[in-house]
Ligand binder design. Structure first.
Ligand code: MN
Length: 225
């Protein structure tokens, strides 16, 4: 089988993980073309929000330290991370302690996105504009790449900024407002304690519509919202 472009894009993702130990999806490139996005709340050493946009058959990824804001005055540090396989957008569960990124992962938001202008040019120039159509995040955003500092580190720092539109809101902090999974309704604690359906790529197709509560969540008392 010919190795496609997205196969190479996933080399770093693959190198960082031991798939015998982590339940995360394997580095399988996608054939389909789509425009999904996902934001995963990830309680690793520090809790952050992994922002991922489907492009070129993979998920282009940034770790947003404080999470996205609805306030155009807030510029949120977004550290570029390795491209992730498309399947990762369905991953909610626990990465074992001691493994890369060990800790619970929650699907905090998901939906579709569309570029404003040419996305490849935007990514290359470090001025990447797009519109989100999610459950919790909507409207126009921009990711702006910052100049490298003098230490010359490998880290690529970007800023995630809400553009002014009808979805902008002064002081709006959706990550403080929404504490549960948009997929399962579970809290981080519930995901961490393991009362969550085991994730598999097949189960993804049977996922109930967003907003509905999974079997595991229904058995428990409703999570605080
Ligand atoms: Mn992460």
């Amino acid at each position: 089988m010919a190795r496609g472009k997205s196969d190479d894009l996933l080399a770093e993702y693959k190198a960082k993980r031991d798939f015998a130990k982590t339940p995360e999806p394997k580095a399988v490139p996608a054939r389909k073309k789509g425009n999904s996005f996902v934001i995963q709340k990830h309680a690793a050493r520090r809790t952050h929000f992994d922002f991922r946009l489907e492009h070129d058959g993979v998920l282009k990824s940034w770790a947003v330290t404080k999470g996205p804001s609805l306030d155009p005055a807030q510029k949120r540090l977004a550290v570029r991370t390795e491209d992730h396989p498309l399947e990762y957008g369905g991953f909610e569960g626990v990465i074992p302690k001691g493994e890369y990124g060990g800790g619970p992962v929650m699907i905090w938001d998901r939906g579709t996105w569309e570029p404003i202008g040419d996305p490849d040019e935007g990514l290359a120039k470090g001025d990447f504009k797009f519109t989100l159509h999610g459950n919790r995040l909507n409207g126009d955003y921009v990711l702006v790449r910052m100049k490298k500092d003098k230490t010359g580190g490998k880290r690529e720092n970007w800023l995630l900024i809400k553009k002014r539109d009808e979805h902008a809101e002064e002081g709006g902090e959706p990550t403080e407002q929404h504490m549960t999974s948009v997929k399962s309704g579970l809290s981080m604690e519930e995901i961490e304690t393991g009362d969550v359906p085991v994730w598999s790529s097949n189960a993804q197709k049977k996922t109930p519509p967003s907003g509905s509560i999974s079997g595991a969540a229904r058995k428990r008392k409703p999570a605080a919202r």
